[in-house]
Design a protein around this ligand. Structure first.
Ligand code: COA
Ligand code: MG
Length: 327
């Protein structure tokens, strides 16, 4: 290990994160009784400019009046390039009590963007005597944001998670996409010519670089990496595949833009009984190995060593958190 210890952000279950437009107050109660781990009430891009003031009022009332149970509750404020953001922060923090957990900051481009919202939030919390410190979730969804992702991840002690916003990222990088978060058949490898044999096309994951880079920046700063939306909410298999790809490289959760995606995210992002069972066997085998003075042994014909303990411990800890959260 490095002599530098990575401080982990506040631990939260963050498998599914349901987006709810702030202008659609009729959806709030449905969201509150859903199985989503985190809910973000949106004041940004799902709300038309003329509806911003009403959406803000809806969200404030919802934070104060709705029973959100044990869910983590977030508000997505508008971007720093708009004239809506300051009032989102001021009104939400001045007019709600302590139920809100997080602000989600969209289109973060530099560490200074986070610093600015931190400064404003800190002043209002102090002025209002708010006891609970709000956390931040940051969306990486522009070329500038990805270029500065390491500095952004370390920009505030409020930071808890980084989210990959695929739609705006595509717009920012001019990537050609088909549906939000889906695959593009043109991002593919054509196998070489081989006589008369038909050639194969292997679809690739055009988001790999961006998500992988975000995962590293998040983990190096003790934050949760979370994958963003998948627009085709009728395609459960497509959603599952995207969620599996993201979790395979370290993401902890994925957004849901429709209630039907919440269960899919919870399913893919929870360690399975089989995985937990295997992890417990690894821990038992390593305990035995260490008692015998060995650092590496074989289990089921495969090498396990001290790194396997860390992986297994992380998995068991996550499973225990989920079980505790479900109680
Ligand atoms: N949160 C809570 N409930 C939701 C919901 C959400 N995000 N989206 C849909 N529902 C509810 C509907 O009200 C409906 O309830 P009912 O059966 O009691 O009438 C039910 O789930 C099924 O909805 P459905 O009719 O299939 O979808 P729709 O056509 O009404 O809405 C969307 C589709 C995509 C417009 C809607 O899901 C939505 O607004 N999603 C969030 C978009 C968003 O926040 N984007 C910003 C982040 S990317
Ligand atoms: Mg966006």
């Amino acid at each position: 290990m490095s002599f530098t210890i990575v401080q982990e952000a506040t631990a939260r279950i963050n498998r599914s994160e349901l987006a709810v437009p702030g202008s659609q107050a009729k959806l709030f109660e449905k969201a509150a009784v859903s199985a989503a781990d985190v809910i973000f009430l949106d004041l940004e891009d799902s709300v038309a400019p003329d509806e911003k003031p009403q959406a803000r009022r809806n969200v404030i009332a919802a934070i104060n009046d709705i029973d959100w149970g044990t869910k983590t509750l977030s508000v997505r404020i508008n971007g720093l390039d708009t004239h809506f953001m300051y009032r989102d922060v001021v009104d939400v923090l001045e007019q709600t009590r302590g139920r809100l957990d997080l602000f989600m900051i969209p289109k973060v481009g530099t560490a200074a963007d986070v610093y600015a919202v931190d400064m404003l939030t800190t002043q209002i919390e102090a002025a209002m005597g708010r006891g609970k410190r709000l956390g931040f979730e940051l969306i990486i969804e522009t070329a500038l944001g990805l270029a500065n992702v390491e500095a952004i991840a370390g920009a505030s002690r409020r930071n808890e998670s980084l989210h990959f916003g695929v739609a705006d990222f595509s717009a920012s990088t001019r990537a050609r996409t088909t549906n939000i978060g889906g695959a593009n058949p043109n991002y593919a490898v054509l196998t070489d010519r081989d006589g008369d044999r038909p050639r194969d096309t292997h679809w690739g994951d055009q988001w790999h670089y961006a998500i992988a880079r975000m995962v590293v920046a998040a983990r190096a700063n003790g934050l949760r990496p979370i994958d963003g939306p998948f627009g085709d909410f009728g395609d459960a298999d497509g959603y599952r595949a995207a969620a599996h790809r993201a979790t395979a490289i370290g993401c902890e959760g994925k957004w849901a833009i429709h209630p039907s995606q919440v269960g899919l995210a919870n399913e893919v992002c929870s360690p399975s009984d089989k995985e937990v069972g295997k992890a417990r066997r690894i821990l038992a085998a390593m305990e035995q190995a260490q008692a015998e003075g060995k650092g590496a042994v074989s289990l089921d014909g495969r090498l396990i060593d001290l790194a396997s303990i860390r992986q297994a411990e992380a998995l068991v800890r996550k499973a225990e958190q989920i079980t505790a959260g479900a109680r």
